[in-house]
Design a protein around this ligand. Structure first.
Ligand SMILES: [Mg+2]
Length: 224
């Protein structure tokens, strides 16, 4: 009888290899719809390819239409555009208003790790984009629900930890795998905010200035 392997084991980089100190508070921050206006950038990319991008759902592929069509384009077609965007154009999105200022301030007192579920071909463009906008912090690319990798990263930190993402699936996963990590939901795109579901299980803060203050409170005075 062979025991089944645990499914949540994830090999995460060490904090040292990312240039992060274990002894400082650690904030793990998403890119798309948290640090960067993904829907705006991807929408412009899709429209330049002759499609319509309609922000009428909190979704990606179901918002891509052939001009005038009633039904969204095939998911496989959307996926090709998505992969192409990450390979060639993901360095052209706009930062979310207030994000760079808030993280720059937070980085004086906490370690910042940027955790993005972008395809591997986005690594160079995404890293360049972060540096160009004044965010030289460590970048880790992953895939799937972020709880296991977040637990593997926060498990190495001695101090308080926090996690920010736009997707409930990632926030729920972190609640399950790293329950001591403070969780915040942020949805950067103003058009998406009313469409994005939230949950009583995670604090939702769509304003970056307010989110920066909440992160400082969670990381620097976690028992206050
Ligand atoms: Mg995101």
């Amino acid at each position: 009888m062979v025991e089944s392997r645990p499914t949540s084991v994830v090999i995460a980089p060490t904090l040292e290899s990312l240039g992060l100190a274990r002894g400082r508070p650690l904030a793990i921050i998403d890119v798309d719809e948290v640090l960067g206006l993904f829907m705006q950038g991807f929408g412009a990319f899709v429209e330049a390819r002759g499609y319509e991008f309609r922000v009428d759902r909190f979704a990606i592929f179901q918002n891509i239409y052939k001009p005038g069509a009633a039904e969204h384009a095939a998911i496989a077609e959307g996926r090709r555009l998505f992969d192409d965007f990450f390979a060639t154009h993901c360095g052209e999105i706009e930062p979310a208003p207030g994000a760079v200022q808030a993280l720059t301030r937070l980085s004086q007192r906490a370690e910042i790790l940027i955790l993005s579920n972008a395809p591997a071909q986005a690594r160079a463009l995404r890293g360049d984009w972060l540096r160009r906008h004044g965010l030289p912090q460590a970048l880790v690319l992953s895939s799937g629900p972020k709880g296991p990798i977040t637990a593997a990263l926060t498990g190495q930190a001695d101090g308080p930890t926090a996690f920010v993402d736009d997707l409930l699936s990632n926030l729920d996963s972190v609640a399950q795998h790293a329950p001591d990590t403070a969780r915040f939901q942020h949805v950067a795109d103003q058009r998406l905010r009313p469409l994005a579901p939230s949950s009583d299980a995670h604090r939702r803060i769509d304003d970056w200035t307010e989110l920066g203050v909440a992160l400082e409170q969670a990381l620097l005075a976690p028992h206050g």
